[in-house]
Design a protein around this ligand. Sequence first.
Ligand SMILES: [Fe+2]
Length: 456
Amino acid sequence: MKAPTFYHITDLHLYAADEIGSYGKYYDLKAQMDQKCMKESCAIIDGAFAEMAADKETDVIIISGDLTFDGEKASHDLLLQKLQTLKDAGKRVYLTTATHDYNKHALGFTDQGTFKVEQYPREKLRELYADYGWQEAVAEHKPSFSYAVKIFPGWRFLMLNDDGDGEAFCGFYDDLLTWVKAQVREADEQGEKVIAVTHHPLLPPTKIYPIFSHRDMLGGYETTAPMFADIGIKYVFTGHTHMQSITHLDTVRGNRLYHINTGSITGHPAPYRKVTIETDGLDVKTCNLQSFDWDLGGKTVDQYMKDHFTFMLNDIFDSMENNIDHFKELAKGFSMDAKTVDRLRPLIRMLGKMINGVTFKGLAKMFFVSNKVDPAAANIKVRDFMIELISNMYSGIRQFPPTSKEYRSFMPIVKRIGKVIRLTDYYGVKVELSDLFDDLLYNVGAFDNTNAFLPF
Ligand SMILES: [Fe+2]
């Protein structure tokens, strides 16, 4: 028998610009300042749906929330049309919604400014997307819009909605956790394995992530992740971070949770996953969008998406040093709030100053470690290197192992800076800067972030 396969795609953030009537200066500004390709989102989603539809081997597609840019009614309506094309191609789509599907920030943009646009209330979303998951549900947790579905024989998928209160807390309330436990028990009695799907991450995609964006983790993830492993959930698929990572947690009771976090299809590097359920484990492969109907100026999709991302990063680095108020605006795009910017202001300014215009050699000199810099790496610009590291954080690729000239030259500087700057995590516990950078330079985890085989 052929091994079952499914696609996982997430954070579509579709923006129906034409239907909303967005154009002009403020639209250009908004689109430029976003990690995602907002203007291209419709074409990108069409391209991705077409690639998945063309794969006759795989008829299951899982989507883990943030379907629209900011919950615009027009974007939902347009997405429903696009989902219908998947259905017409014989695909079974199972989705959850997330906070960007109903938040209060839905806007249109013009040359003059912004305007509010119509939204669906959250209560309407389950009904709106009933054909994409709920119609096959074997059980529902109605208050949260979560459901369980037997997508393949012997496999129960828990499609969990983690909206929480949609503001300060995104996570699972106790009644939902009780429902999850009952579902896992029932699956066990029926000889089924369980895969959970939700929007927010239960494990950080990188060590640095919860330091800057703790509130972007699933609320209470510190206890929920081990609890999931210990009740028998082995795999969880998530989105939200827009980053590619495959990580795992081994609990004190000896249970393992694999965490597959997939980047946004409308952001660099336009990824989605293809998963094959083998007899001894899950084989997870990354697909990157190959083409979409847009003037790419002769670039490949990969280069086009990366250039959009790099433009934004350059803007960020300029503002870190020279314009902290503009940085605050940009920081919203990667979920760092104004309060955090104020808290870290001296560090941000210092980092900005160091990053802009300095080479490895120059930076090493500042920190009295010139002798540690490999001459072959001396002229690498710190700014270019940082852009590469951040870009890699999103793509999941790590290419600077401890043997590389970049690692050998850069890490002594980081270690020295770590002695000057005291960095703490969300709970105030000291964090080593070198640990955070180690994790960005090379793959310190057991699994490759892009493609991995995850045994049962
Ligand atoms: Fe998102």
